[in-house]
Design a protein around this ligand. Structure first.
Ligand code: MG
Length: 446
């Protein structure tokens, strides 16, 4: 409390009697007293100790009180210490002089103890308020600098982040958008202020989020997510093209009916996912699909075939194996073996006709083929064409009975009664081995 505030007071007077009288008066108020009996000494003590207040006599040997005051006011370290003149010189000019050199008050000698006490008390109070003010000003300007720094940093983030940030009102009117939104949607900053945010979203999401906001306003919640989970939805650019986004909508705390949407374009992410999915289904050497993908597709085609079967609409499954492939690798090396696999794969592919037909590398030198929507005669023709095409490649193979690379093919034409997909595999595999046992370079299709 200011009332109980005690201070360091410097008394400056060439008369020891004055010093001792003032000392006893002010000590009684609880103040700490410092004393000097001339101007130079006063300046030294004030500069060193920085008292809270100075009571300064005017007439002293050496520099007088006015000069002492002037010097104290001229040095930054002491210029804020309040100085009260206390003097027997009581002409108006003296008083005015006292104020003009920087004094805050003037007490005439002889003085009354009460007067000294209350003037000292008042100026200490003012001095304390002044100091507090300076401290708060310093704190405020520090806070302000921090705040400015932080707000500039946030601005930088909002301006440079690749996520779109949009502030909207309850109707979807855009209040603010960051530069990323212009890039993502192809609108200019001005255009964005005149369109409704929900135009960015395709249905049913536009309506869904409009409803969410309506429900939220009804609930009078002050803050919080309207949608805590990021939902992947389709967004629409100015040119009408669509792209996938992750999207979240949040109520901005403290602002009435203002919502913030954060939009993340996930096109690149989706493409990477798609590519990975594709690569995981592809044999890197022959670029054919692998066994896993083939199995999935095979089951689908088989189910479809069971439904729409007719004589002119047959489905067939071939299992194909390169004859004497191990000796080929042993003789010509694995690199030649790889080239041979690619050539055989291409030959097989070139004899499948429909987009629904397809060929897979089932593993090693084994291939699977699905032929769809062909007559029985057509199936047999295709199997023979494949066999012949590989033969015509004329790939030299000293370890083969025919001197060139050939294949054996086991084919099953599927009719409704033939058990499971696994049974078909087994059956085609058996037929393929029959083809090998009966001399190779053969197709057995039943
Ligand atoms: Mg004197």
């Amino acid at each position: 409390m200011i009332n109980t505030y005690t201070a360091q007071v410097l008394l400056v007077d060439d008369k020891p009697a004055n010093i001792s009288l003032l000392t006893s008066i002010l000590q009684e108020q609880g103040h700490q007293i410092l004393a000097a009996n001339n101007g130079e000494q006063a300046i030294k003590i004030a500069t060193h100790i920085l008292p809270d207040l100075i009571l300064l006599d005017i007439m002293m040997p050496g520099i007088d009180g006015f000069e002492t005051c002037r010097r104290l006011k001229n040095q930054p370290r002491t210029q804020l210490i309040p100085i009260i003149f206390i003097s027997a010189k009581n002409e108006v000019e003296d008083v005015l002089m006292g104020f003009s050199v920087g004094g805050v008050d003037y007490i005439n000698k002889p003085f009354y103890a009460e007067e000294v006490c209350s003037r000292v008390k008042n100026h200490l109070k003012i001095q304390k308020l002044h100091k507090d003010l300076l401290t708060s000003e310093a704190k405020m300007s520090h806070l302000l600098a921090n705040y400015q720094h932080q707000s500039e940093r946030l601005q930088q983030i909002v301006d440079h982040v690749t996520n779109g940030i949009v502030e909207i009102d309850h109707s979807g009117q855009i209040i603010f958008s960051n530069p990323a939104v212009e890039k993502l949607f192809g609108y200019t900053e001005e255009e964005l202020l005149n369109i409704n945010f929900f135009e960015f979203l395709v249905e049913p999401f536009a309506q869904l989020y409009q409803k969410k906001i309506a429900v939220h306003i009804e609930s009078r919640d002050e803050e919080g997510f309207l949608d805590e989970t990021l939902v992947e939805i389709q967004a629409r650019r100015k040119d009408g093209s669509l792209f996938p986004i992750d999207f979240s909508l949040v109520k901005i705390a403290m602002a009435k009916d203002v919502y913030m949407a954060v939009i993340h374009d996930v096109t690149a992410h989706k493409e990477r996912e798609e590519k990975l999915r594709y690569l995981s289904n592809i044999d890197p050497l022959t670029k054919l699909v692998n066994r896993r993908y083939f199995d999935q597709q095979f089951k689908k085609e088989w189910q479809r075939n069971k439904r729409g079967k007719s004589n002119e609409n047959q489905m067939a499954f071939f299992m194909i194996d390169i004859d004497f492939f191990k000796p080929f690798n042993d003789t010509y090396g694995h690199q030649a073996g790889d080239v041979c696999l690619v050539d055989v794969a291409n030959s097989i592919v070139s004899h499948t006709r429909r987009s629904s037909d397809f060929v897979a590398r089932l593993g090693g030198e084994e291939f699977g083929v699905i032929i769809t929507e062909t007559s029985r005669q057509g199936v047999i023709q295709i199997s023979e064409q494949i066999r012949s095409a590989v033969e015509t490649l004329n790939i030299l193979h000293s370890g083969s009975e025919q001197g060139i690379v050939t294949i054996s093919l086991g084919g099953v034409i599927i009719n409704g009664e033939c058990g499971s997909a696994e049974d078909l595999y087994k059956k085609a595999d058996q037929l393929m081995y029959q083809a090998k046992e009966s001399g190779r370079n053969k197709c057995i299709v039943v």
